[in-house]
Design a protein around this ligand. Sequence first.
Ligand code: SF4
Length: 421
Amino acid sequence: MNYLHSPRILIFCLPMNSSNMNIITFGCRLNACESDLIKDFALELGIIDFILINTCAVTAEAERKLLQTIRKLYNEDPNVKIILTGCASELNPTRYIKMNGVVGIISNKTKLSRSEYLKYASSKSISDIPDPKKVRGFLQIQNGCDQKCTYCVVRLTRGSNISFPEDEIVAQAQSLLKKGYKEIVLTGVNISSYGHDMNPKRNLAFIVRHLLKNVPSLTRLRLSSLDPADIDNDLMEVIKSEERLLPHIHESIQSGDNIILKRMMRRHNREQLIEINEKILSLRPDVVFGADIIVGFPTETDEMFLNTQKLLTEAKLSLLHIFQFSPRPRTPASLMPPIEKKVLQNRAKELKKFAHEILFKKLSEQVGKNVIVLAEDHVNAKTNSFLRVKSLEKLETGREYLFYCESVDKNAIIGRPVEKK
Ligand code: SF4
């Protein structure tokens, strides 16, 4: 998923004023994107006095935090009315519906259907919703996944790959730009499978070209997580030739050991990945690679772990999301022999430390250079390749700058704007 393939436990709280529906979002960017659309229904239908939680099941930790949140909301207000949707409630609705405060569950399949929300609508209209910062908007281009990665629970909760028609995607992009977003991130459960279910068959390169051609005002387009097995020559050609496609490739790599990759039922191996990344860099040298890595998959030996560690430098990965393996219900990996918890924790710690060193090196390479950044607020910005930037001078949110990189701290470039774009 996107970031299924980045199963971070992000908790987004899309705050509305206290009389309106709050939406709490766990998990991937796809969930965040969907919450944004649900928020539109909520505003339109005047849904008040409910809290909607868009749940995530990608790790055991995500579910633990969800349970904790529901309990906390109920303890704070025993009259709270919570509606759940998303992967955790999809996987185990009976568990969640019994919880205090939970009044309804909306299926993952219908969570973007406006009619699902009608029963929660009130007659009141909502007009005073604060407008959140509009910098980076997420555009969902597909849902579901046809692969069978053995650790993944999301394919069970989201069903098979369904790609959205190109006209709808163009309309969505136009709507996001109209709302004021400066950059669009293509998102989905597995965006690199875009169009594989269509007749005639399409691919991700097709939709990127189509979007850029039909939305000329879209100047900043970013891809979310890609399955390396789907990075074909056509996509590489797009990465090379479309300047408006930002030079940031995030890959769902998961392991650097070929046996573990087989046991995960991934479709790439470490040699192929190294070759893909070398080729991309030869076509577009400013690309920065990110990756999701799972540490401690069942049966992972020290040597296998070391192969993953070595891959980080061999495949020139810089922006890493490292996760400890946690068995998810009804997945084949949950039946495989687990590794000892302490070993798993130590490996995760070691790899995170190594990832920090790699990132620091990448950030340091920018010192002395001018780069283009997009301001996320008065201080924080991101380079086109998604490196974090902190500004010593006040920035204008949503504005692009040419930015001089003076120094680095542990996870960001420090510098100041040179000129507004
Ligand atoms: S099955 Fe694999 S490719 Fe599909 S969503 Fe899960 S991790 Fe991604």
